[in-house]
Write a protein that binds this ligand. Structure first.
Ligand SMILES: Cc1ncc(COP(=O)(O)O)c(C=O)c1O
Length: 476
């Protein structure tokens, strides 16, 4: 191995030199969203707790003030800066509000950090299924009825964690869900990782602040001009709940939090209050026009509002293109676009997802849509992959808590041989993109057959290793 070589530095430099247009996180879009004041001073801002810079874990000065300003701007009683993404905020929300063995309603399509939190806090999940669009082949949102029925069956839950919006920008009926929970004395914790920009424009989905959530997290780095890993944890609970969250964060976050990240959280709030509304106005209008023009030529290819009962509305800044009419998969389209100088945020079997933010300008958007035209014209050279996958209909029996399964001695067995064993990981297929088996759940033949059938239809299995499909199970 060559010690004179810096492989990561090289690959990042290559990406910069390619001048690819980023439609992915972070929302500052390769620095475009930062003013010279930040860019010129960023290295100097990488300091530590010295007189004048305050201390995140005992904020009494500049950090405290910046957090208070953020709370006011985002509509919370209190806001805490996070330097390990929404992931640590989700851990802290659940760990601080639930006691060991408490029950919590958890949608099956939640982010893996929710499972992490359940393991850390020893919480018992009461899973609910989100609705599923079998044409698009993606889970959409949980319906209000599903939440109500779950509460009827499990009146002893502590509350619920809700993903709002999902990766595709689909917002839930958060206000109704919050109302039902509140009327039964339950708390609502929201993973609003993809919605940090929501409070700054009335045409965007409602933020958790409008619904009266107890706590919610937002990844500033996903949609605002802020550095990767920077996030906000907003609290509407009392002083005691804030004290508990802070205690947990002091356990799970670094004792040397990055001042670059915290400075970007302060800047993102300042910028959004000052210019967010105008910038979002321009972005939303431009995207509307560009989408309409594209669809006049190529037909309706973008996700549009009012299609799903369980979805309150869509985030107009999140562009989701169905590429099936162009005879290609989302993965092929993403690959092709990269060669055209456009990097998307992600692709699934049928779609490509682009993150557009206040840092994008008209030139970037025009280049994106010109590349999409080229993609649509080129489409026919690829082979169509059409698969039709159902969502899993069953939630398996929970034999052990996620925590006990996670900390057991783990064995690896092939999926075919796993019937009757207890799952120690998350195993599923993409699409539909949600786990069929979660930690602590009983693996049954029906689920194994469903997974193998999905794979034979072209779906990709996750949580399995190698061609033998080894999966982690609890040793007997
Ligand atoms: C829905 C959702 N929640 C939470 C997270 C975790 O956020 P972070 O990357 O800021 O830790 C992600 C990350 O992609 C996500 O998609």
């Amino acid at each position: 191995m060559q010690q004179t070589y810096m492989p990561l530095v090289e690959s990042l430099r290559n990406y910069i030199e390619e001048e690819t247009i980023p439609f992915h996180m972070p929302g500052h879009k390769m620095g475009r969203g930062f003013p010279p004041e930040i860019i010129d001073n960023i290295v100097g801002m990488d300091v530590t707790e010295i007189p004048g810079t305050d201390n995140l874990h005992k904020a009494e000065g500049a950090i405290k003030e910046a957090q208070l300003l953020a709370a006011q701007a985002f509509g919370a009683k209190d806001t805490l800066f996070l330097v390990n993404g929404s992931t640590c905020g989700i851990h802290a929300m659940i760990m601080s509000t639930c006691h060991a063995k408490d029950k919590l309603i958890v949608p099956r399509n939640c982010h893996k950090s929710v499972w992490g939190a359940m393991i850390l806090a020893d919480v018992k999940p009461v899973y609910i299924m989100p609705e599923y669009d079998s044409f698009a082949q993606i889970p959409t949102q949980v319906s209000v009825d599903t939440v109500r029925e779950c509460l009827d069956r499990h009146p002893d839950v502590r509350g619920m964690v809700l993903v709002h919006p999902n990766y595709y920008g689909m917002a839930s009926h958060i206000k109704e869900i919050a109302h039902i929970l509140k009327s039964r004395g339950k708390i609502l914790l929201v993973d609003e990782a993809h919605g940090a920009h929501f409070p700054f424009h009335p045409k965007l989905p409602q933020s958790s602040k409008d619904a009266g959530a107890y706590m919610w997290v937002q990844s500033a780095h996903k949609t605002l001009p802020a550095f990767t890993q920077s996030a906000y944890l907003h609290i509407n609970g009392d002083e005691h709940s804030k004290y508990k969250v802070k205690n947990i964060l002091s356990l799970i976050e670094s004792t040397s939090p990055s001042y670059m990240l915290m400075a970007s959280l302060d800047y993102a709030r300042y910028f959004m209050v000052k210019e967010g509304r105008t910038r979002l106005d321009n972005l939303l209008c431009s995207l509307e026009d560009l989408k309409a023009e594209f669809e006049r030529e190529y037909g309706p290819n973008f996700f549009s509002d009012a299609k799903w009962d369980e979805v309150a509305c869509l985030d107009g800044t999140r562009l989701v293109l169905d590429v099936r009419p162009f005879n290609m998969t989302g993965y092929e389209a993403e690959y092709y676009l990269r060669h055209m100088g456009i990097q998307a945020e992600m692709a699934d079997m049928n779609h490509v997802v682009f993150i557009c933010t206040v840092s994008d300008d008209m030139d970037m958007l025009n280049r994106l849509f010109n590349s999409l035209r080229s993609l649509a014209d080129k489409g026919a050279v690829y082979k169509t992959v059409q698969i039709h996958t159902p969502i899993f209909s069953k939630i398996p029996k929970q034999i052990m808590s996620p925590k006990d399964a996670f900390y057991s001695i783990i064995d690896k067995v092939t999926l075919e041989d796993a019937s009757g064993k207890i799952c120690a990981g998350m195993v599923g297929a993409y699409p539909p993109g949600i786990p069929r088996f979660c930690p602590g759940e009983l693996i049954d033949n029906e689920g194994i057959e469903e997974l193998l059938e999905l794979e034979s239809l072209g779906a990709l299995l996750f949580g399995t290793e190698g061609e033998a499909h080894l999966i982690p199970v609890v040793e007997e």
